[in-house]
Write a protein that binds this ligand. Sequence first.
Ligand code: GH3
Ligand code: MG
Ligand code: MG
Length: 359
Amino acid sequence: MSRPNPTIQLLYITKLSVSRDFAIQSVEEEPGSGTEPKIKMRVSKDEPSAAARDFKVLIADDSRVYRRLVEDTLSEKQYTLLFAKSGREAIDLFSEHQPPLVITDWMMPDLSGIELCEHIRKQSRQPYTYLIILTGNTDKDKLVTGLAAGADDYLTKPFHCEELLARVGVGRRIVELHRQLEAKNLLLEELALTDPLTGLPNRRAIEDWATRQLSGAIRYGFSFWVVLADLDHFKAVNDTYGHDAGDAVLKKFSEILKANSRRSDICGRIGGEEFLFILTHTTQDNAGIVIERIRTELEATRFDFDGGSLTVTASFGLAGFEGSQLADYNRLVTQADVALYAAKRAGRNRIEVAATPVP
Ligand code: GH3
Ligand code: MG
Ligand code: MG
């Protein structure tokens, strides 16, 4: 089959029989020709990219003609296209598919493009949605209103197909930049909440988690236990075997802690050789059994280094409650700390339970 001549052609369409080999360049109303638009077409030169296929574009327009014109323009990039004949339909499709780019008409029977933009912006969803208003209205005031409603770009009908493609391309670039930024922010957030040596949550992460869990424990009456653990005579490990040996001990203790904590619990390193472990939905006796298991596992672990081999122990302080109680996270940590130092004073390598009841 021979391909159409790539030079610009003019033709009238009545049944929207636009060939996929063409990309629409502009649309003009022919005077006296009713609703039949006159379109200029030219052959697409671009190859579709694989990434484009994963990029969803929602087109909201009550005009069948314009939906089709936008479809034919964008189809050469092989974006995944979604079509809405009304504002309501656009909202439904948007909620269902969360497309990163929306091209909307201004005037639609039920909801205007402006209202659609405002609706999408109100959702303040992540990642970013790039909004293009495509309208017959050339009034500059309307452009300002559209941008103020949250649109990123404004294009007037009849559109130049290369311009629409280029502007959609800009939108895609912006959306991809937003995605990269969000991914980096997520990573930074994760790093800010992680102890780099052990990969465990750090003090801040535990505090965030614990504060939320504690309010659940208070409201729903489930148990909440705070365990503070501190390695015994750890300074001597560093002094005798070096800092790397000390780090290896810290990592091993982290592994033991993690292996003994349920997914619904949290354990982390809060600094130096101090660790925090929080258990919920368990009795004091069972919390004690878990901590005892951790204590004996560490005690039984032999660390071999160039300079020799050693065993390390840890002391533990436990504070918390079973049943409905009013409690404060920092107070519980302080109580666990007091219990921990009682364990240190009593000879180390042991567990002490906070004596004072939680007020
Ligand atoms: P105690 O039984 O009373 O807890 O004695 P300790 O020696 O464990 O306690 P101390 O607070 O005197 O010493 C803590 C040591 O932990 C000192 C420091 O060198 C070491 N330390 C803190 N952070 C790190 C770390 O990230 N890596 C290594 N290797 N050592 C650390
Ligand atoms: Mg110590
Ligand atoms: Mg210490």
